[in-house]
Design a protein around this ligand. Structure first.
Ligand code: SF4
Ligand code: SF4
Length: 332
């Protein structure tokens, strides 16, 4: 049996010059360890852009059938930032209420990570938010140490896969030294960073409601929602029903939503709680560095830089956070 008979296997390929995507692997080749973050993060295999939650009939009597789509899948070559992103989604979709559509997929997913030893591109600041390395949330992690991959196996399924499908040799002392040296060096290589420790951000953002940066961003932002859509930790969705033409049966679906879109906070009576683009961006930054960070005690931005790269008007997370730090009267 080979890996592809047991799992649907996803990996990374270059879609066009400099742009990469996760896709289903047909042929195995060497792992891509120098790719820039993919356009969409691998969360799309756990929390798809659109999915059916249930099917219903209204005749001859009302009937509801839950739909949970899940298959054995292996995602190959996931970077530390995206592994952190998935661990944050694990918290979101299991705390208070279990989201079974997510957890079924997650339980059926094997993650094979590929370590980063330097910034993968100019937008990365994962080091600033403690996400440039990862010690859990994966099944197997590979680090390119030059002549081989230093491999760490975290779970029973990871161990089974490694034994079944790979040829491993025991780590030599010099390989371990090389690995530890490379890891240590990594920290110094990141130039893009916040001008304060990430743990100070909740307090800074709690006092930044009237910061002039939100007016500046209000004038600049287009409200296009791209920053949300590419983000590995954004998880908001909208729920809607699609009726069949017979008008007696249909599906209830969910689809990614974006808090930077104009109608996101419109309520039934027509009011919009976040009517301007500035309000909406302020909310987005508070979600990453204040509200969820306070609740879960960890940054809800993993520093992948996808939102900064994809913003059509170059709104950059690090520049925005550093502006809040600079404008703040809070002494941290
Ligand atoms: S907010 Fe931006 S940098 Fe942070 S995780 Fe989301 S896409 Fe990546
Ligand atoms: S991608 Fe840029 S322009 Fe679009 S909503 Fe986000 S911040 Fe605004």
């Amino acid at each position: 049996m080979n890996l592809k008979e047991e799992f649907t296997v996803y990996g990374v390929k270059q879609k066009e010059e400099g742009f990469y995507v996760f896709h289903e692997i047909v042929e195995f080749s060497d792992p891509l360890d120098n790719y820039k973050p993919t356009i969409l993060p691998p969360k799309k295999y756990l929390f798809p852009q659109q999915e059916t939650l249930l099917r219903f009939n209204t005749e001859p009597y009302p009937e509801i059938e839950p739909v949970i789509e899940s298959k054995k899948q292996l995602i190959f070559g996931v970077r530390p930032c995206d592994i952190h992103g998935i661990s944050l989604l694990d918290k979101i979709f299991t705390t208070d209420h279990e989201d079974v559509n997510y957890t079924h997929k997650r339980k059926n997913t094997v993650i094979v990570g590929i370590d980063c030893l330097k910034p993968c591109y100019e937008y990365a600041y994962c080091e600033s938010v403690g996400c440039s390395e990862v010690d859990e949330g994966y099944d197997i992690m590979m680090t390119d140490i030059g002549n081989s991959f230093y491999t760490s196996i975290k779970t029973t399924i990871g161990d089974e896969i490694a034994k079944k499908y790979s040829k491993f040799v025991n780590v030599k002392e010099e390989d371990k030294d090389t690995f530890l040296k490379l890891r240590k060096k990594r920290k110094e290589r990141f130039e893009k960073k916040f001008k304060t420790d990430v743990s100070n951000l909740p307090l800074l953002f709690q006092n930044a409601d009237k910061d002039p940066i939100w007016d500046e961003l209000n004038d600049k932002c287009l409200g296009c929602g791209r920053c949300n859509i590419v983000c590995p930790t954004c998880y908001c969705f909208d729920v809607f029903d699609c009726m069949d033409l017979n008008m007696t049966s249909g599906e209830r679906c969910r689809q990614w939503d974006a808090c930077t879109l104009k109608d996101f906070a419109v309520v039934a009576t027509g009011e919009n709680f976040r009517p301007t683009r500035g309000h909406r961006l302020r909310h987005r930054f508070n979600r990453k560095f204040n509200y969820l960070m306070t609740k879960y005690n960890t940054s809800f931005c993993v520093g992948c830089g996808r939102c900064s790269r994809s913003c059509p008007v170059d709104i950059d997370v690090v520049e925005t956070v550093n502006a809040v730090i600079k404008n703040s009267k809070v002494d941290v």
